[in-house]
Design a protein around this ligand. Structure first.
Ligand SMILES: Cc1cc2nc3c(=O)[nH]c(=O)nc-3n(C[C@H](O)[C@H](O)[C@H](O)COP(=O)(O)O)c2cc1C
Length: 172
């Protein structure tokens, strides 16, 4: 797949096959994540891979907490990747951390690299971040930004719509 094909093939996948992800595909995905740019090249991220039954159970519990619609489809996938940002090391602009931007860029590298490998992902941000932080046993320096399931798609979702370019691009 060329770059534009990858971009236009990617879509959110919410149904997964149980088939495992091959290690060589994972390796290419991590290399794509590693290559992501970040403010001052600080790379203030860490990606947790959830594979074991006990960790899956912990994540499942958080994804079913009241307040958000349950995102349990994520646990259908053989892997769940949780994107963290480091509050201590991320660059700050006017006192405000750039952490979510850096982590989002690296996570999107993961998402696009996965699409290039024929794998499905879905950004998930609708969960109780405090509860997730606790369930993962993280230190105070870590912020949970998002998570995504990672595995082979078991659905072909309908394309979602986008705003016209004329509405989103403006010459000034
Ligand atoms: C930051 C972010 C958070 C999202 N959170 C969720 C979520 O919690 N649950 C979910 O099912 N989809 C979530 N999505 C997926 C969006 O709904 C999806 O990207 C959008 O509808 C466009 O569809 P597409 O990804 O298939 O192109 C999220 C996407 C982004 C970028």
């Amino acid at each position: 797949m060329d770059f534009h094909e990858v971009i236009h093939t990617r879509c959110s996948i919410r149904k997964f096959k149980a088939a495992p992800v091959e290690p060589e595909k994972l390796e290419r995905i991590w290399r794509a994540v590693q290559a992501a740019p970040s403010a001052c090249n600080l790379q203030p991220w860490r990606f947790l891979v959830v594979r074991s039954a006990p960790m899956r159970a912990r994540v499942h519990e958080v994804l079913t907490l009241r307040g958000f619609s349950p995102q349990t489809f994520a646990l259908e996938a053989p892997l769940v990747v949780i994107a963290l940002g480091n509050r201590t090391t991320a660059w700050k602009r006017d006192g405000e951390s750039i952490l979510p931007v850096d982590v989002a860029i690296a996570t999107e590298h993961l998402v696009l690299a996965a699409a290039a490998e024929g794998l499905g992902t879905c950004w998930i941000a609708a969960f109780n971040r405090g509860a997730m932080h606790k369930a993962l046993g993280l230190g105070p320096e870590w912020e949970v930004v998002a998570l995504t399931p990672l595995g082979y798609p078991d659905e072909t979702p309908r394309k979602t719509s986008r705003k016209p370019i004329a509405e989103i691009v403006q010459e000034i």
